[in-house]
Design a protein around this ligand. Structure first.
Ligand code: ADP
Ligand code: MG
Length: 248
């Protein structure tokens, strides 16, 4: 992204965003409510008109064919509204729509991705009856399935993927995001829990009022002074026995 800006009704939602995402890295986007994080995601997803340059895998976003890009860019939105009584594995199988792979291969990938998202045991459950956290993990499996089995460079965007998850599932999902990065995917994830951000992010990007305020390693970005300035909460910085910095 180079000089990305977006205004609606004379209100600036994004202002002069410069950001480069690296394959193999987890970049965590943090910032207070209303900072413009989801809006930035919608620009990358091609859902909002903006000024400035947005290139994906070396090519301008506007020059990508939808179906071709869908095999390389997957987006997990903050909210997914899906009311039809699909079974969980059918929701995940929707991730295979952009691909020409055979049914048997699709079934194999759906199972592998549902296992990675820890929802394989829910495969025959009616999606609308699942809990909020279970639904969220089914959608995570769906975006995993969308990117599965492609050798090309890929980008995965996750907008608050842990917001409805219990503690163990939060770590489980972010470990999977790290594993995907280790396989070569560029991952951009929005989380509100700064300790999760510090633990799983190679790189943090702090947004405020539509601008990038600060980027860098977790140690650099998450100082108690900066946290207080942007989130209005005076946190203490502690050291965990295994060497992690912890904000409480
Ligand atoms: P967050 O960082 O919490 O994800 P958002 O990107 O969702 O924030 O929203 C940033 C700001 O932009 C909010 O104040 C929101 O009300 C506003 N906004 C988002 N989308 C639109 C839109 N389509 N029209 C007008 N304002 C919008
Ligand atoms: Mg948001």
């Amino acid at each position: 992204m180079h000089g990305l800006s977006l205004s609606i009704n004379r209100r600036t939602l994004l202002s002069d965003i410069h950001l480069e995402l690296q394959s193999g890295q987890v970049t965590v986007l943090i910032g207070p409510n209303g900072a413009g994080k989801s809006t930035l995601f919608r620009c990358i997803a091609g859902e909002m008109k903006h000024e400035g340059e947005l290139r994906l895998f070396g090519r301008s976003r506007t020059n990508w064919h939808k179906r071709e890009l869908a095999r390389r860019l997957a987006v997990l939105p903050q909210q997914s509204s899906l009311m039809f009584p699909f079974l969980a594995h059918e929701v995940v199988a929707m991730g295979r729509i952009p691909h020409d792979t055979l049914n048997r291969e699709n079934e194999r990938l759906v199972e592998a991705c549902m296992r990675r998202a820890n929802v394989w045991h829910l495969k025959d459950a009616a999606y609308p009856r699942l809990s909020g956290g279970e639904k969220q993990r089914v959608h995570f499996a769906r975006v995993l399935a969308q990117l599965a089995g492609e050798p090309e460079q890929q980008l995965l965007l996750l907008d608050e993927p842990t917001s409805a998850l219990d503690l163990g599932q939060q770590h489980g999902l972010l470990k999977e995001a790290r594993a995907l990065a280790a396989e070569g995917t560029a991952v951009l994830v929005i989380v509100h829990d700064l300790n999760l951000a510090a633990r799983y992010g190679d790189h943090l990007v702090l947004m405020r009022d539509g601008r990038i305020d600060c980027t860098g390693t977790p140690e650099l970005v998450l100082t108690p002074e900066r946290v207080e300035k942007h989130f209005g909460y005076r946190a203490q910085l502690l050291q965990s026995p295994d060497g992690h910095a912890v904000l409480v």
